[in-house]
Design a protein around this ligand. Structure first.
Ligand code: PGA
Length: 236
């Protein structure tokens, strides 16, 4: 594991963007595993700038996102599909047909999960998976549990996650209580993982995740077993 500490959100974002950019330059038809939340926004902004300068070409890239709220369709401004379109995809030359986010409105959510995993398998797996980390150690929406859940599945969000995400909604009541998330197999089979985190309040969970025991009570701790993971942490 490489654990890089930097002193600003901006540096974390630029370094993350550099790693993603290098991946796309070396393998133009990369499968990128992408994440939502506040943390990756700076990296997406940087990548957009480099795209605009002509330094990166996303035309052959495929993306698979980690998760989506159950019950929100892609036109809903709070959905993760909408987030990805607005914060990244609409500003670069990726083919929208090659961008995948789990469908939180699928009638058969279990079937959607199976199909999502099968699709990732058919793509040949994920070349580079970008991750954030929740205060409870979740990655994607893999919440603390008695065991690690392998496949893409529906999850009841923990109270702390609902509270943390309420900042994006008018009130806590409006935060969906369920989500569909990529499971641990697709994440752990990614060829490379890049986890980014920022802020002093993430320090403790990072220490527990990367230097403590591997336990499903801290889902990110499983990442200690990955063979090629880089963590970039900015204290501020
Ligand atoms: P954040 O979310 O980037 O908004 O802090 C991280 C996460 O919940 O995975």
């Amino acid at each position: 594991m490489k654990f890089i500490t930097v002193d600003s959100y901006d540096k974390m974002s630029r370094q993350a963007a550099n790693i993603i950019s290098a991946q796309v330059i070396i393998k133009p038809d990369s499968v990128l595993g992408l994440a939502t939340g506040s943390t990756p926004i700076g990296a997406y902004k940087q990548l957009i700038k480099w795209y605009e300068k002509g330094d990166i070409d996303f035309s052959r890239v495929t993306s698979v996102n980690l998760d989506e709220y159950v019950g929100l369709d892609g036109h809903d401004e709070q959905s993760y599909r909408y987030f990805m379109n607005k914060n990244f995809f609409e500003h670069i030359n990726i083919d929208l047909d090659n961008t995948y986010v789990p469908n939180g409105c699928a009638v058969d959510l279990q079937g959607e999960g199976k199909a999502y995993d099968e699709h990732i398998r058919q793509l040949g797996g994920i070349d580079l998976q970008l991750l954030g980390i929740g205060h409870d150690g979740h990655i994607g929406f893999n919440e603390p549990d008695d065991y690690f859940i392998k496949s893409t599945h529906v999850v009841d969000l923990h109270e702390s996650t609902v509270k943390a995400n309420a900042r994006f909604f008018a009130s806590e009541d409006e935060v969906p209580k369920r989500a569909i998330t990529m499971g641990m197999v697709s994440i752990m089979q990614a060829k490379k993982i890049l986890l980014i985190a920022s802020g002093k309040e993430k320090r403790e969970i990072l220490e527990k995740s990367f230097y403590g025991p591997i336990t499903p009570r801290i889902p990110a701790s499983i990442l200690q077993l990955h063979h090629d993971i880089t963590v970039i942490y900015s204290e501020n």
